[in-house]
Design a protein around this ligand. Structure first.
Ligand SMILES: [Zn+2]
Length: 424
């Protein structure tokens, strides 16, 4: 296959017109568009479109096994492909929890049957994510888990977390943490702030996240493990991670598009499509997350794609489950908000969604170079479209971004040179 006349970012972040030749699932040649190209195999004309490495999302919920009414591995993988993602890492808070080699294998089998994007399973730190007993890390690694996390809940016991980090360090595996101290949360549905006050709701304080970040940084220092912080949302967490990196502690971190775009003041009313965990925080926290992403304190962007059914989200702000979908809006949202108005370089956005996650998690993808897997995404930077959940490939339609007018929509996605999504 030859993708002709694509706009490709060079090492300086400047766009150049290139022909990309793909053979046996691998990028075999990158040619200057001025050069004649051998017209053999399938030709894809990409004139005027941006070609980037396939996006990587290291924090997603595919809901299978156990919650197939919200999403399946197949519908989740299709939604990812439509959003321009070619590699996704799925969280273990399914039913049963991914705390055994059998469930890791099941996730891998279902992903292979779906035959869409690359699905990397995380395994739980504790059995059933109850925080009481560690899982069998060696067996889970052997089965193909890429890291350990109890995402959905924080590991409440420092001793349990320390034991987990020691074991993960021995196996050269990362520990990925949902940071939340339950004693500070107590059933609050939104962050502390003006919205909670106005509606008489209990608020989630920033410390509930940052206390775990601080604790785990110290435990990471003590054990030497690669510690990765999930969905950073507070100024305090950014500050702690920045300091830890400065003194050489092996910590990395991620941030979600909604925590870069929305604050609690933006919540329009008691609509649970604005309810997620961590919650939308203050404008000051949003600014701190943006600054952290720009200076590299926050290494990567993830969606925390968290589909729920409409019935579940209709239960209202207090009772509805936390979470919003993310795959199909992530790139256009960030492109439109930050790159199009000239606040961020295009190369920064692309790097935080491709090369950086590949570096942090040591993945053999995320770059547009000869010899790399042909995991590729073609993007139309010009056409403006409204976010319409009815068009989502995901089963989940729970998004706060309905009606937003965006540019930067993925139009075609390839995994190992195979088209897994094509617009129209
Ligand atoms: Zn989480």
């Amino acid at each position: 296959m030859i993708i002709k006349n694509a706009s490709v970012l060079n090492e300086e972040g400047v766009l150049e017109r290139k022909h990309i030749v793909v053979q046996d699932g691998v990028i075999s040649k990158i040619q200057d568009a001025a050069e004649a190209v051998e017209e053999a195999g399938e030709i894809v004309e990409a004139e005027g479109k941006l070609l980037i490495p396939g996006l990587i999302d290291m924090h997603v919920h595919l809901r299978e096994p156990g919650f197939e009414h919200k999403e399946t591995i197949e519908t989740g993988a299709r939604s990812a492909a439509k959003g321009g993602f070619t590699t996704i890492a799925c969280m273990p808070n399914t039913r049963p929890v991914t705390d055994s080699a059998e469930i890791v294998q099941l996730v891998k089998d279902k992903a292979r049957e779906a035959g869409l994007v690359k699905v990397l399973p995380y395994a739980a730190i504790t059995k059933n994510e109850l925080g009481r007993e560690l899982t069998d890390f060696a067996a889970l690694k052997e089965a193909g888990a890429i890291g350990f996390t109890d995402d959905g809940v924080g590991v409440q016991s420092a001793q349990m977390m320390k034991d987990a980090m020691k074991l993960a360090k021995e196996l050269d595996m990362p520990v990925i943490a949902h940071c939340e101290d339950n004693s500070l949360v107590e059933g609050a549905p939104v962050a502390e702030g003006t919205f909670a006050d106005k509606h008489g709701l209990k608020g989630i304080p920033n410390e509930s996240e940052a206390i775990h970040v601080g604790r785990d940084i110290l435990l990471s220092e003590a054990t030497g493990v690669h510690y990765h912080v999930c969905h950073v949302s507070t100024e305090q967490s950014v500050r702690l991670i920045r300091q830890a990196k400065q003194i050489g502690i092996k910590v990395t971190a991620e941030v979600c598009p909604h925590h870069l775009l929305l604050s609690e003041e933006d919540i329009p009313g008691m609509d649970a499509n604005w309810k997620m965990n961590p919650p939308l925080r203050s404008r000051r926290d949003v600014e701190a997350c943006i600054e952290g992403l720009l200076d590299g304190t926050l290494d990567i962007i993830v969606t925390d794609h968290a589909p729920h059914s409409e019935e579940e989200k209709a239960k209202g702000m207090q009772l509805a489950p936390f979470g919003i979908v993310g795959f199909e809006t992530a790139f256009p949202l960030l492109y439109t908000a930050f790159v199009a108005p000239g606040k961020w370089d295009l190369s920064l956005l692309v790097q935080r969604m491709t090369a950086d996650p590949a570096r942090v998690f040591r993945l053999n993808t995320g770059s547009l170079t000869v010899g790399a897997p042909a995991d590729l995404t073609l993007i139309d930077l010009n056409e403006e479209k409204e976010v319409d959940p009815a068009t989502f490939a995901s089963k989940g339609h729970n998004t706060p971004f309905t009606g937003w007018k965006l540019k930067g929509w993925p139009v075609k996605t390839w995994v190992d040179g195979r088209a897994v999504w094509s617009e129209a």
